[in-house]
Every structure is written in C-alpha cells, then in structure tokens.
Ligand binder design. Structure first.
Ligand SMILES: [Zn+2]
Length: 68
C-alpha cells in the first residue's frame, strides 16, 4: 500500500484539479511580473485561475472529498 501520496489528497481527481489551479496561478504570477501581458492576456489567465477554483469547489461539492 502506498499511503504517503494519498495522505495529502486522497482523491486523484481532486489532486489533478488542484494542480491545474496552481499551474494557472503560477503562470499568471510569473507573466504579470514580467509585465509582458496585454490586458486581454491578463484577463484570460485570471479567468483560468477562477475557473480552476470553481472546478475544485464543484468537484468537492459533488464528490464530497475535502482536502484536510
Ligand atoms: Zn474527489
């Protein structure tokens, strides 16, 4: 049994969604720090972050899995 990886997040789908969220957030942070973003790009990346958060909430509500 591999219990080490399941201790943090015991739902693989939840973990995947969370990873997507962190990726989107990092992308937004890194690019906005470089100031290479147009308004439209910044908006698009911010939307991606918001969408990722919404997906996690939706999944948690539907699936009943909560990260402890
Ligand atoms: Zn789940």
């Amino acid at each position: 049994m591999c219990s080490t990886s399941t201790q943090l997040v015991h739902c693989s789908e939840h973990a995947r969604l969370e990873e997507e969220y962190l990726e989107a957030r990092d992308r937004l942070r890194n690019l906005s720090r470089l100031r290479a973003l147009s308004r439209a790009d910044e908006r698009r990346l911010a939307d991606a972050v918001a969408m990722a958060i919404a997906r996690i909430k939706e999944h948690t509500a539907a699936h009943g899995c909560e990260r402890k």
